[in-house]
Write a protein that binds this ligand. Structure first.
Ligand code: ADP
Ligand code: MG
Ligand code: ZN
Length: 478
């Protein structure tokens, strides 16, 4: 057991999928010619004035509701001053003193099944920067992204391990996806995470020096970066150089070298010379809007509870199936097509997701629809095919756009359930194995397995096992 406790607080920047930018009418969509989606406001031309985006507020209210937070009727924008080429104003409009959302929390499930509540200090609206593109000996600036709305979600330093950090991020990710307020795509940068990490001797309640690791673009890398940083701090402590080596700074994670390294000393709030944004008066929302936007769909936690209580599946399975709204939708489709919950769970989470994983597809791009998977399950239940054959059918469906019954036909996997046909085979097996029959009748009942095996072999695996068993025990008795 380590004598240290790990303390982590996360800052997530989630892009909101509004049609237009945070303070101007430019489109937020991707893939346009560089600098095409710009105007005097997001180019910071003199005299251009920002106007806050109502849709961004609507989406933030929904988020606030989903994390049980306070949604402030009035919020204020501030200027955070810094110079960087991708930010033409030389400041960012953000919210510091009075954000739209504060004092929320969400619940994470830990490995051992217990739950833990993680505080969310604030979630505030701000604008994204543009992008610097480095090409050989020169750099270019693309301002298409400049001014895209971001919701920055800041957690309390409540997380105690990299596993807890990942569970928290996944829950946050899933809430944003359920609310459909953003794509939360890590690779594309619409869900970015900075991890603040410190350690302290167990039992100590004060916060020690935090190191911030910036812009890590996958769950796997976040986990690794945190673990590396924790180890670096513990090593420094053990070696007696903690005070000298661990300072408040921003570090970058290098996934190739698997190390973190110093990027810059951490600026304090004073360095940014925050002051209230003079071009935007405080924004006061009307009660009607807050009320309407607070009506949100069923969230992952509620859905999970419902799956456990009403559909009767395990807490683990319910957790897997509710992580993404598309997974839950697919599962509910299966159930509405009358699949039994137990079968739906295993055919979806083991068989289908396993196969999708192999080809790098997601449930949204699955070549097998929920309708087809449900149909396949009914074919197992009505004894048209065995469960084993159904796996071959599923393999075939993954690669061919074909109806389930056609696939069964084509693969010649239709099960023989017809009593007459199976009876023929049973009688022939009995006839061919007189000594085993005698031994069975003399009391060696374990031989039933041998007979079943012979019948299955003669039917090329297509005989319905239930019918085989029934007929064998009948015929062997007489
Ligand atoms: P900044 O903008 O300077 O990064 P924020 O207040 O936005 O500051 O973010 C601070 C983040 O760091 C929060 O998530 C907070 O929980 C976390 N944090 C603060 N102190 C510590 C600490 N000693 N160890 C780990 N995390 C910390
Ligand atoms: Mg920070
Ligand atoms: Zn613009």
């Amino acid at each position: 057991m380590s004598r240290f406790e790990v303390v982590i607080g996360l800052e997530v920047h989630a892009q909101l999928n509004t049609k237009t930018k945070m303070f101007c009418g430019c489109a937020t969509s991707f893939g346009h010619t560089q600098n095409a989606n710009t105007c005097p406001v997001c180019l910071a031309l003199p005299g251009a004035l920002p106007v806050p985006n109502k849709e961004a507020f609507a989406k933030s209210i929904a988020f606030g509701k989903a994390i049980n937070a306070t949604v402030n009727k009035t919020s204020i924008f501030d200027r955070k001053n810094y110079f960087y080429p991708d930010s033409p104003k030389a400041y960012q409009i953000t919210q510091m003193q009075l954000p739209i959302v504060e004092k929320g929390h969400l619940v994470i499930e830990l490995e051992d099944g217990t739950q833990k509540t993680i505080g969310i200090t604030i979630a505030h609206l701000e604008e994204d920067a543009g992008k610097n593109i480095h090409e050989g000996d020169h750099s270019k600036v693309d301002l298409n992204r400049a001014g895209t709305p971001l919701l920055e979600i800041v957690s309390e330093p409540d997380l105690r391990s990299s596993d807890e950090a990942i569970a928290y991020l996944k829950k946050l990710h899933s809430i944003i996806r359920y609310l459909k307020i953003g794509d939360a795509n890590m690779q594309e940068g619409s869900f970015r995470c900075d991890a603040n990490v410190s350690i302290r001797p167990k039992g100590d309640s004060k916060l020690y020096t935090r190191v911030e690791i910036k812009n890590i673009n996958s769950f796997k890398f976040i986990q690794k970066a945190i673990e590396l940083e924790v180890q670096r701090q513990i090593d420094a402590w053990e070696d007696g150089v903690y005070a000298k080596e661990i300072c408040q700074e921003t570090r970058l994670y290098d996934s190739v070298k698997n190390e973190t390294r110093s990027m810059r000393g951490k600026e304090g709030a004073a360095d940014y010379r925050y002051f209230p944004e003079p071009d935007i008066p405080p924004v006061t929302l009307d009660d009607e809007m807050i009320k309407t936007c607070s009506i949100i769909p069923e969230m992952p936690d509620q859905k999970r509870e419902r799956y456990i209580k009403e559909i009767g599946i395990s807490s683990y399975d319910a957790g897997v199936l509710t992580q993404e709204p598309e997974l839950a939708e697919f599962f509910e489709d299966l159930i509405s097509h009358k699949a039994t919950p137990k079968m739906a769970v295993s055919w979806m989470s083991v068989e289908l997701l396993g196969r999708l994983n192999k080809i790098g597809a997601s449930i949204e791009t699955s070549p097998v629809s929920s309708q087809k998977l449900a149909k396949l399950m009914t074919r197992i239940e009505d004894n048209s095919i065995s469960a084993k054959a159904a796996k071959d059918v599923l393999d075939f469906l993954m690669e061919n756009q074909i109806e389930v019954d056609q696939a069964i036909e084509k693969l010649g996997l239709k099960q023989i359930s017809d009593d007459g046909a199976i009876e023929q085979i049973v009688l022939s097996v009995i006839q061919k194995n007189p000594s085993e029959v005698e031994a069975y009748r003399a009391g060696k009942e374990a031989l039933i397995g041998f007979f079943v095996g012979q019948v299955m072999k003669e039917s090329k695996g297509k005989a319905n096992p239930a019918v085989v068993n029934k007929l064998l025990s009948e015929k062997l008795k007489s």
